[in-house]
Design a protein around this ligand. Structure first.
Ligand code: SF4
Ligand code: FES
Length: 253
């Protein structure tokens, strides 16, 4: 059990009226998760610098709207997170992600271990809200061990960062701007088979949705026994959230 924060501890901010202790250099999101306070998020990953693209972790800090994953915690700040207004904003963002791609959840190999799906359930999103775009996106089955289903990409860039920063291979990249932004494979042919991607790579394990899939592993873990079937996303995200590392890209509010 976390020790109660001292009311006079300068390293404390409040979230929804409750004290959250933090360490110097911690972001609001990191401190909140470490204190067992879940804030929905998608593009944040504890092993990478915060990216600030999905905006799901949006909170109000002293009345101002900020991304909690890129904002440094400061003593005395008042943060609102679990409010009807912010939850509605997050629901809209998630609903938009679902219609912007083709997710086909019932037949997706990541169903039950997909972060987007788990966040949607947490927010009470049970059905499509906006009209689907039905974009025309390819599947790349050229690699002997990996299937790439572009239909579900939410452009979080985690695979891009993992491949570049951890694997040192730069297999993935984002191309285009605005609505045209999309994931590409860094090979002259554009085919995954012509990259150095290997199943042991970090890039294989960071996708929050069902884009990067191992071949011959489909449904080995039955539906009902998967990650978010066992424990809620709140429980998983706050367990072992850690507290120390300062993400270099974090900003002062
Ligand atoms: S493939 Fe997955 S990890 Fe890569 S950008 Fe798309 S959603 Fe993110
Ligand atoms: S988790 Fe903060 S913007 Fe995506």
């Amino acid at each position: 059990m976390e020790p109660a924060a001292d009311a006079h501890d300068p390293r404390t901010f409040t979230m929804d009226g409750r004290d959250v202790p933090f360490e110097a250099g911690q972001t609001v999101l990191r401190a909140a998760l470490a204190a067992g306070r879940y804030v929905p998020h998608l593009c944040y990953h504890p092993e990478f610098d915060p990216h600030g693209s999905c905006k799901l972790c949006t909170v109000k800090l002293n009345g101002r709207t900020v991304a909690s994953c890129t904002t440094l915690a400061r003593a005395g700040d008042e943060v609102e997170s679990d409010t009807p207004e912010l939850q509605e904003l997050r629901r809209n963002l998630v609903q938009f992600l679902f219609v912007e791609g083709n997710h086909f959840c019932p037949s997706c190999e990541r169903s039950g271990s997909c972060t987007l799906q788990a966040v949607a359930y947490d927010l009470g999103v049970m059905a499509e809200h906006f009209s689907p775009f039905f974009p025309d996106r390819p599947i790349d089955a050229s690699h002997p061990d990996v299937l790439l289903d572009f239909n579900r990409c939410i452009l979080c860039e985690l695979c891009v960062r993992a491949s570049a920063e951890v694997d040192g291979k730069h297999v993935f990249a984002l191309s285009g701007r605005g609505a045209q932004k999309h994931l590409i494979v860094n090979a002259e042919s554009g085919r995954l088979a012509d990259t150095r991607l290997a199943v042991e790579d970090k890039a294989m394990d960071v996708c929050p949705v069902g884009v990067i899939l191992r071949k011959r592993r489909g449904f080995l873990v039955p539906i009902g026994e998967r990650k978010y079937d066992q424990r809620s996303i709140r429980e998983i995200a706050t367990a072992n959230a850690g507290s120390s590392a300062r993400p270099p890209a974090a900003r002062e509010p």
